[in-house]
Design a protein around this ligand. Structure first.
Ligand SMILES: Cc1cc2nc3c(=O)[nH]c(=O)nc-3n(C[C@H](O)[C@H](O)[C@H](O)COP(=O)(O)OP(=O)(O)OC[C@H]3O[C@@H](n4cnc5c(N)ncnc54)[C@H](O)[C@@H]3O)c2cc1C
Length: 575
């Protein structure tokens, strides 16, 4: 397998046991897990930004960006919110503000002793296999330095590489920015002269930007591509019974009633009923889609502008992006009254200060935000296409042999997906989104490359789930156990079979989102249970059958996770 094979100058190379790329929640929690089970490990976490937190770093947040996970489910076991001073701020709906969570995360990383392991303002330009075929080398941008390590974790975040539409902006005078830079480029949209802003794209991020623009007194034109998956589902965080939706989302209930990647979590009778029985499997569709009619009734009266902003399909099929209404303004009221004008159209040109749509409509604007999402790839291996392909990363240069092999594995995987989740055969046709040029992530447990399952490299954060913090905790420990040689993986043949199954499940399950990252949504609790079992840890912590189904999991449930693991496997000794 190839390597860049560049001999570093003396003094330009540093050696570590472990390098972690990315100081977001996934990178830092993995560092925390590694230091807990192998305190002697010599590790460094590098990040291009000047503060930790990734999406929630100081430079990326802006005042109106709120965490969309209810605070009690976005907390880490080592630091309680109430212990942070000055007190953290919440908006009028009880959601924590982005600046507060950013502050919380900085305080957490200091409290758990991670700060001294982090190098900020340090960008990895390229990663290569060392010529010895065992270690890894991270080539840093600017300094020319190389970090060489026995082990490597790539946790560089799915929201790090902006995807731009194919538009020429060179003859356009107003500021244009991707929503990745909305916080950093606040001065460009938050000034008096900017009265009218065009937002292009229809993810949750577009809605976040729009809400902030409205709160800053701007008029917004929201352009949603015709051929795409349409506007996002913005769900009410409150249930009709007065409870919070996430209480369900952080219990096992949703994984039990809906299609699920893993079903061997001890409730086989319920899984069987809700997956295989006609009434059972239609119950979950009815249950989820009933929230559609509730949501629609709350939005009345509808007018044409508002209709254009509403998703066509209920949330069950994951045809549209789903987000939580964590805003302290009633955003649909602003759409109804026209402060946010919606077009279902494509932008075809940007010239002077005029935006032209495919329908022929054109209008003037003072700024444009491309809320067009992220490139589903990791560019760090792209100097070596063979390595990129062997790594199971999205690539544009697969060999025929690679393509044929995975085609066969994935066809076989499809049979298992449909057998275990027959309702997925009823899925609607996906939206007409052009397939991504590069292929998907093919990583075992969305983490380990099957060709490099030698305990030396892992990718974290590739598969986003609504349980971000809990998933980061469990996968941090899983990865730590794997990289320290304490977790045995199945044979290569089995790894590939499982990888194909995990990939195809996420693609088939998320009808409108299958092009991109392997998303984990309603069944994330069942996946966490599977991974905990592999670690030898009992995933049932609630004490009782019904509690286990309906009670939600919180940070406290994971507080003694490392102790449980160490009690079973012992501290990992220095090499
Ligand atoms: C606007 C927005 C809002 C969100 N809101 C929520 C929410 O409310 N709840 C929720 O559960 N999830 C939310 N998410 C999902 C979000 O992805 C997770 O919350 C979480 O931050 C992901 O953590 P991560 O560590 O995987 O990646 P990130 O937080 O993106 O961190 C990755 C880090 O890697 C660094 N990096 C990348 N490339 C390099 C390189 N070459 N060299 C050095 N460093 C590099 C980046 O600078 C970044 O700091 C949101 C995402 C976005 C974009």
């Amino acid at each position: 397998m190839g390597s860049l094979s560049v001999e570093p100058d003396a003094g330009q190379e540093e050696q570590f046991d472990l390098v972690i790329v990315g100081a977001g929640i996934n990178g830092l929690y993995a560092a925390r897990a590694l230091l807990a089970i192998q305190p002697s490990i010599n590790l460094v976490v590098v990040d291009s930004l000047s503060s930790v937190g990734g999406v929630w770093s100081r430079e990326r947040i802006y005042p109106g960006l709120n965490v969309q996970t209810t605070p009690e489910y976005f907390e880490l076991p080592e630091l309680r919110y109430k212990d942070v001073t000055p007190p953290l701020e919440h908006n009028s709906k009880g959601f924590m503000t982005g600046p507060s969570w950013s502050r919380y995360f900085q305080a957490w990383s200091e409290k758990v002793g991670l700060t001294k392991h982090v190098r900020l303002n340090t960008t990895v330009r390229q990663i290569a296999r060392h010529a010895d075929g065992k270690r890894w080398q991270c080539y840093l941008a600017d300094s020319g330095k190389i970090l060489t390590s026995d082990k490597l974790i790539v946790a560089n975040g799915i929201a790090s590489l902006p995807k731009y539409p194919d538009l020429d902006c060179s003859k356009f005078s107003p500021p244009v920015m991707h929503h990745r830079y909305f916080g950093e480029r606040r001065a460009d949209w938050d000034k008096e002269e900017v009265k009218h802003v065009t937002v292009y794209g229809a993810g949750k991020g577009s809605m976040d930007n729009i809400v902030q623009l409205i709160k800053s007194g701007k008029k917004v034109k929201w352009v949603i591509r015709k051929g795409g998956r349409g506007p996002p589902w913005i769900m009410d965080p409150n249930l009709p019974n007065g409870g919070r939706a996430e209480a369900l989302g952080f219990s096992r209930f949703l994984a039990l009633i809906m299609p699920s990647l893993y079903q061997d979590e001890g409730f086989s009778g319920l899984h069987y009923f809700f997956k295989q029985n006609f009434f059972g499997r239609n119950f979950s569709k009815f249950f989820m889609n009933s929230s559609r009619s509730v949501a629609m009734s709350q939005l009345k009266p509808l007018n044409e502008n508002l209709r254009r902003a509403l998703p066509e399909m209920g949330p069950f099929w994951m045809y549209h992006v789903i987000g939580i209404d964590n805003y302290d303004i009633k955003v649909y009221d602003f759409i109804r009254n026209g402060d946010i004008e919606v077009a279902r159209d494509d932008i075809v040109s940007l010239q002077g200060d005029t935006v032209t749509l495919e329908s022929g409509e054109s209008f003037q604007t003072d700024a444009v935000v491309f809320a067009t999402g992220w490139k589903a790839s990791i560019s760090l291996f792209s100097d070596n296409m063979e390595l990129e392909m062997q790594m199971g990363l999205p690539s544009t240069s697969y060999t025929d042999e690679y393509t044929q092999k995975w085609k066969a594995l994935e066809e076989e995987a499809d049979k298992r997906v449909y057998l275990e989740n027959p309702i997925l055969k009823d899925a609607p046709a996906p939206p007409r989104i052009p397939p991504q040029e590069s292929g998907p992530f093919r990583l075992y447990h969305y983490t380990v490359p099957t060709n490099f399952a030698d305990g030396s490299i892992a990718f974290l954060g590739v598969s986003p789930s609504p349980g971000t913090c809990h998933y980061a905790i469990v996968m941090g420990l899983w990865t730590a156990a794997y990289l320290t040689g304490k977790l045995e993986l199945p044979s290569k043949e089995e790894l590939e079979k499982v990888t194909a199954f995990e990939l195809r499940f996420t693609q088939i399950r998320h009808v409108g989102l299958s092009n991109e990252f392997p998303l984990i949504t309603f069944d994330w609790m069942a996946i966490v249970a599977e991974f905990l079992k592999e670690l030898g840890i009992n995933p049932y912590m609630k004490g009782g059958y019904f509690r286990e189904i309906f009670w939600s999991y919180k940070a406290d449930d994971y507080a003694d996770l490392f102790d449980k693991w160490i009690a079973k496997h012992g501290i990992v000794e220095p090499k």
